[in-house]
Design a protein around this ligand. Structure first.
Ligand code: SAH
Length: 370
């Protein structure tokens, strides 16, 4: 294993320039290397053929191209969902999921190995907290997905009834931070990864292509409201009353429902951007029509009458997690819940499921590789 001190994916363009200056190289070398990493997706200094041999050798000797070792690749949904289980140098697991659709492709990125939030319904919570990931370890997951997508699209397509996806430039269209961990619990590294992947001289993902999902850490929501880039925000709500939400999500004791929704409202006021609330449906726990009505009430109270509600609810059929006494709501309950929200004027969609057959769906990432 390469244990050179510098992970190239951890470096911003400015950091790379500093490194080149320290090495006595002209600053434009930094731009060349950044391009190789994020546009050409190269992972070996020897392939950077427009660099002088001595510089290639120095990169090989003193830097490393990432930290993640692929342990297992699982595929589901006829190959259109692809989950990677990686190991960090100390063997801690990191999972990344690539989801391919007819006209777009999304990568679901982990920002921690394990998670400290202990939500009762989530497999990652059961694993406990192992590590914060660095910005480079997050960027590296995205670059894996970009390469994986490209090689998948260039394969001859086996099943004729499956139309070959038509994705612009064969590149990822969305990056969602919804894998293992809590992004706002690792805010600086998370945001640095957004900046890195957004950089137009490199990967060039548009700000609106990013979505971050939080368990509801209010300081993170407030910080995001002040960032310049309009990334999308999703908040895991899952229950509209405090007793139930605290039981399901210990974080609710620190940031209860009303405070959280107030913070979300302040965020929409400041940014004029929509917030999406995630709500998993658990049979006879949080899925009754009365609970849908309470949810609608909480989302509407305190909203200015003359303004469109910038809130949206994303209903997520719960994916089974072994060792929990929970079960998923059936389709009828899901649709009834949705109907109440619609009746109450709350925009609402039901999430299309992906990856449940390989343990790659929401809340199933537990480092076991499926
Ligand atoms: N920590 C962040 C992001 C990771 S989870 C957060 O809590 O938002 C991404 C989404 O999957 C969250 O909404 C999470 O609550 C949800 N989730 C967790 N376990 C799930 C399960 N078993 N089935 C469906 N969704 C689940």
């Amino acid at each position: 294993m390469n244990l050179n001190p510098i992970n190239l994916y951890d470096l911003s363009p400015a950091d790379l320039e500093t490194l080149m200056r320290d090495w006595g190289e002209p600053p434009f070398r930094a731009k060349q290397i950044y391009r190789h990493l994020y546009v050409n997706r190269i992972q070996d200094a020897q392939e950077m053929t427009d660099l002088p041999l001595a510089l290639r050798q120095r990169l090989a000797d003193e830097t490393r191209f990432g930290d993640l070792r692929l342990v297992r690749l699982s595929t589901g949904d006829e190959g259109l969902t692809r989950k990677a289980l990686f190991a960090l140098p100390d063997k801690a697991p990191v999972e990344t999921v690539l989801m391919i659709y007819p006209d777009r492709a999304t990568v679901c990125v982990s920002c921690q190995s394990g998670c400290p939030m202990k939500c009762t319904f989530c497999a990652t919570g059961k694993l406990g907290f192992l590590h914060n990931l660095t910005s480079g370890q997050m960027a590296e997951q995205v670059m894996w997905a970009a390469r994986e997508l490209q090689s998948f699209l260039n394969q001859p397509h086996a099943s004729p009834h499956n139309q070959k996806p038509e994705i612009e430039n064969q590149n990822l269209t969305n990056i969602v931070y919804m894998g293992m961990g809590e992004p706002f619990n690792n805010y600086d590294a998370w945001w640095a990864s957004v900046e890195r992947l957004h950089d137009p001289t490199g990967f060039n993902m548009g700000a609106r292509g990013f979505t971050v999902s939080t368990v509801g850490l209010i300081p993170g929501i407030q910080r995001l409201a002040d960032e310049k880039r309009p990334v999308n925000l999703a908040i895991s709500l899952h229950a509209a009353d405090d007793a139930l939400r605290s039981e399901m999500m210990p974080v609710n004791k620190r940031y209860p429902v009303r405070d959280l929704i107030r913070a979300a409202r302040e965020y929409t006021r400041k940014t004029r951007r929509r917030v999406s609330f995630e709500y998993i449906l658990l049979k006879e726990k949080n899925d009754s029509p009365e609970q849908a009505r309470t949810l609608a009430l909480r989302l509407r109270e305190g909203a200015p009458e003359d303004q469109a509600l910038l809130f949206h609810v994303n209903l997520i059929p719960w994916n089974p997690v072994p060792g929990t006494p929970l079960s998923r709501s059936d389709r009828k309950r899901v649709l009834a819940f949705q109907a109440v929200l619609k009746e109450e004027g709350i925009p609402c969609t039901v999430r299309v499921e992906r990856g449940a057959d390989i343990g790659a769906a929401c809340g199933q990432l537990a480092g076991t590789g499926g």
